[in-house]
Design a binder for this molecule. Structure first.
Ligand code: ADP
Ligand code: MG
Length: 204
């Protein structure tokens, strides 16, 4: 039976690098979800953020093609296995989800290297510190027998990470493996009023 493994996480955690290696190790097809959205599986454009809005239904249909018979998309590899790379991949009805994590200060450095503006860097570092993608992945798979495996990439090479993830997937037996990191010391949320120089209202 073909299996879909979603590799998700905040931008910069190492999804693309590790998903490609994982696909090789699992003898699976690599599928770039973000690229697919750019190419057309979009349901409009978010002008505030300057990004296309993903059409989840169209994406689900695309990645399900060939599920039944290992069809055309499965030709390149025997079982039609696929590794889905992208921060929305957990929404595409995967059979397993790998949530990659990266310590917020290290992630900040990786994102700054991308020449992103301060606001976009801050937003994503904050999202990582608050476990947002992990929460989303757990929500998207709730009630279904889909293991969610969290993995901290901060101190391992992408190669080490991919190897250990393959083992974790084999050993998961349908169970989640989460709670491997705690970034609460890195939470540094600016409060709206303070940013605007107003006094903070303290409730009675
Ligand atoms: P994503 O796809 O999640 O946005 P990338 O795979 O593009 O992340 O990786 C972001 C950056 O971090 C790249 O410059 C990559 O070389 C680097 N990187 C990825 N994984 C690791 C890792 N495990 N250790 C160190 N650097 C990494
Ligand atoms: Mg990527």
């Amino acid at each position: 039976m073909s299996k879909k493994v979603a590799v998700t996480g905040t931008p910069g955690v190492g999804k693309t690098k590790i998903a490609r290696l994982l696909a090789e190790e699992l003898d699976a097809e690599y599928f770039d979800v973000t690229e697919e959205v750019r190419e057309g599986s979009s349901a409009g454009y978010d002008y505030d953020r300057g990004v296309p809005v993903a059409d989840i239904k169209a994406l689900r249909d695309t990645v399900s093609d060939g599920d039944e018979d290992g069809g055309e998309d499965g030709d390149e590899n025997g079982d039609g296995n696929v590794v889905l790379d992208g921060h929305i991949s957990h929404h595409l009805r995967p059979d397993a989800v790998v949530v990659l994590r990266c310590r917020p200060d290290v992630l900040r450095e990786r994102l700054v290297e991308r020449d992103w503006d301060d606001e976009k860097v801050r937003e994503n570092v904050e999202s990582e510190a608050l476990d947002i993608l992990l929460a989303e992945a757990l929500g998207a798979t709730r009630g279904r027998d889909v293991p969610v495996i969290e993995f901290d990439t901060t101190d391992s090479t992408p190669e080490e990470a991919a190897e250990r993830i393959v083992r974790a997937l084999e050993e998961s037996e349908g169970e989640d493996s989460i709670g491997v990191v705690d970034w609460s010391d890195h939470i540094d949320i600016e409060i709206e009023g303070e940013r605007e120089g107003k006094e903070r209202e303290v409730p009675d």
